[in-house]
Ligand binder design. Structure first.
Ligand code: NAD
Length: 348
């Protein structure tokens, strides 16, 4: 049995170090996992650079990371569906299962959810980690552990596309071609959206969107809303039924409300400034439904099935690999904006 457990601990803002901590023991309902791969999310970088996101402040040292996969090495005595040797991906939020939101099936809204690497809860960027077995999903043989780590951002997209009511034949505008926007592109196409346009202010990211199957791309860097609407209308052959906003930029949220067809849906995935100015009258008089999304609920099995069946290929999102020992380089690469998805490998 391993005795070493290197963990990426954020001691305080800009102080991210590797610490050797004891290998934890699983509780009866938990599994101990030898972590294989962890994807870096923008929120991990934000905690590292700023020491907090909104009301979530890192007050005590916290292990980062929440996009993880690994191999089960030990199971608690109540665990029935997993056994040592199983390849799993980890849904990072464990809700209370008792509140009105959990009982209603919307467990992502549970006020007491324990979510990896959201202070004060430790994340899973470490070598050994214990998690509630009910939120660990066995990966099919044809889904790799690297793909398993990508089930987290893909689940965000599955949730966003479900709430946006993306179905066959819909036209969809996706604002922002980061990992989340690109995952929404892949999921929209998988659900049957026929015309999908992606916007960004970076030509490189738009090129990736095009390679991944975007029907159209538009660089909105030098466009005001009026010009952007005209361009989108012209390239898409009409206004989009649905806009999934994945940048959080104020100008982009504004464009989403203005450009979406009357009676359509704008889904706000991007998390930018807590307060922004938007043309709310557009939503009222044109019945454009504004929807929020927060993480996901009941999406991991669908995300895994989409990848296992070959309907979605998440591998092109992976651009960089680092070992745990080089995790600072991994964080710098992710922060540089040059990467799409940076993966850290934790097994020796
Ligand atoms: P990212 O920063 O990698 O990607 C954002 C992209 O938006 C970048 O490519 C950037 O160039 C582009 N962009 C910036 N301004 C723009 C504009 N005006 N118009 C169009 N594109 C513009 O981030 P990501 O990891 O892809 O995440 C996207 C957003 O989703 C972030 O705000 C993140 O916080 C949020 N997020 C929300 C949830 C949720 O549950 N709601 C979950 C995960 C991520």
């Amino acid at each position: 049995m391993a005795t070493k457990n290197l963990c990426a601990v954020l001691r305080q803002k800009e102080e991210l170090v590797l610490e050797n901590r004891p290998v934890p023991e699983p509780l009866p309902h938990e599994v101990l996992i030898s972590i294989h791969t962890v994807g870096i999310c923008g929120s991990d970088v934000h905690y590292w650079k700023h020491g907090g996101i909104g009301d979530f402040i890192v007050k005590e040292p916290m292990i980062l990371g929440h996009e993880s996969s690994g191999i089960v090495v030990k199971t608690g005595n109540e665990v029935k569906h997993l056994k040592p040797g199983d390849k799993v991906c980890i849904e990072p939020g464990v809700p209370c299962r008792r509140c009105e939101f959990c009982l209603d099936g919307r467990y992502n809204l549970c006020p007491d959810i324990q979510f990896c690497a959201t202070p004060p809860v430790d994340g899973s960027l470490c070598q050994f980690y214990c998690h509630d077995a009910a939120f660990c999903y066995k990966l099919p043989d044809n889904v790799s552990l690297e793909e398993g780590a990508l089930m987290e951002p893909l689940s965000v997209a599955v949730h966003a596309c479900r709430r946006s009511q993306v179905t066959a034949g819909k036209s969809v505008l996706i604002c922002g071609a980061g990992p989340i926007g690109l995952a929404n592109l892949l999921t929209s196409k998988a659900l049957g959206a026929t015309r999908v346009c992606v916007t960004d202010i970076s030509e490189n990211r738009l090129d990736v969107a095009k390679k991944l199957g975007a029907t159209y791309k538009l660089n909105v860097k030098d466009l005001d809303s009026k010009m952007a609407i005209e361009k989108i209308k012209s390239i898409m052959g009409g206004l989009p039924d649905i806009t999934i906003e994945c940048s959080g930029a104020e100008s982009s949220v504004k464009l989403a409300l203005l450009v979406t067809k009357s009676g359509g849906v704008v889904t706000c995935v991007g998390l930018g400034a807590p307060e922004i100015k938007i043309p709310i009258m557009e939503a009222s008089v044109r019945e454009v439904d504004i929807k929020g999304i927060f993480r996901y609920a009941h999406c991991y099995p669908t995300a895994i099935e989409l990848v296992s069946s070959g309907v979605i290929d998440v591998k092109p999102l992976i651009t960089h690999h680092f070992n745990l020992e080089n995790m600072l380089k991994a964080f710098e690469t992710s922060a540089s904006g040059a990467a799409i998805k940076v993966l850290i490998h934790c097994s020796e």
